[in-house]
Write a protein that binds this ligand. Sequence first.
Ligand code: IPE
Ligand code: IPE
Ligand code: MG
Length: 254
Amino acid sequence: MSDSTTDTPLSIDSLPKHVAVIMDGNGRWAKAQGKARVFGHKAGVEAVRKTVSVANRFGIKVVTLFAFSSENWRRPEAEVSLLMELFMTVLGREVKRLHKNNIRLKIIGDTSRFSQRLQDKIAAAEALTAGNTGMVLNVAANYGGQWDILQATKRLAVQVAEHGLTAEDITEDMLAEGLTTAGLPDVDLLIRTSGESRISNFMLWQMAYAEMYFCEQHWPDFDEDSFANAMAWFVNRERRFGCTGEQLQALLQQ
Ligand code: IPE
Ligand code: IPE
Ligand code: MG
C-alpha cells in the first residue's frame, strides 16, 4: 500500500518565503571546549555559509540573519571589536560568492554607529549585489526590532507633516513601508539555536505571525541537515492566521 504523504509532492509554496535566524550559542560552544568565546564566533561563520547555501538551494526568497543586536554593545569591548573585525573580514571575503550566486545582500540596522571603514565596505557590498534577482540575504547588524519600528514611525511622522495627513489616514501598510524590510514578505519561520526561547528584540513587527522553531544545537554546529529539519518542522505546522482549523478545512473543500 502506498503512503499518501509520500505520494503528494511537496510544493515550494509549502516552504517559508522568509526565514529569520537568531544565531545564538557561539560563546557556549567555545566554552564547552575550553576555548575563548571568539573561537565560537569564528566557527559560526561556517554555519552562516552553510545556511545561506542550503536556503538558496531550497529556493527560499528571503533569509534574515541576526548578527549583532543593538544590545550587544553591552558586551566587553574586546568582544565587540572582534565581532566588528570579523564582520569586516567576512563581508570582504564572502560578497563575491554571494554575487556569483545572484544573491542580493542588505545590511539592516543602525549602521551609523559603525566605523567609516565598515560603513564603506557595507555600501560597496550592497551596491555590487543590488541588481541581483535571486535570494535576498538580510544581515541584521546593530539591529533592534523596537529601533526598526521607531525609525519607521519617524519617517511616517515626516510624511504626515509633508502631506497634511491626519492620524486616521495612517495604515499598517504605511508603517511597514518605512521598516528596513519594506517590500519583503513578513517572516514565516524564526529559527533560534542554543536552547533559548526568546525573541531578544529581533524583528518584532515582521514576526507577528511567524512560526517559532527553537533548537538545542549551538550555532557553530548548525548545518544543512539542521536547516532541513527546521523546514520539515515548518511544513508540518498548521498555520491558522487567527482562523479555526475547521475554517481552513472548509476552505479546502470549496
Ligand atoms: C551569538 O552567540 C552571537 C552573537 C550574539 C554575536 P553568543 O555570543 O550570544 O553566544 P552565547 O549565547 O553567549 O553562548
Ligand atoms: C541575540 O543573541 C542577538 C544575536 C544573535 C546577534 P544574544 O545572545 O545577544 O541574546 P540574549 O542577550 O541572550 O537575549
Ligand atoms: Mg547569546
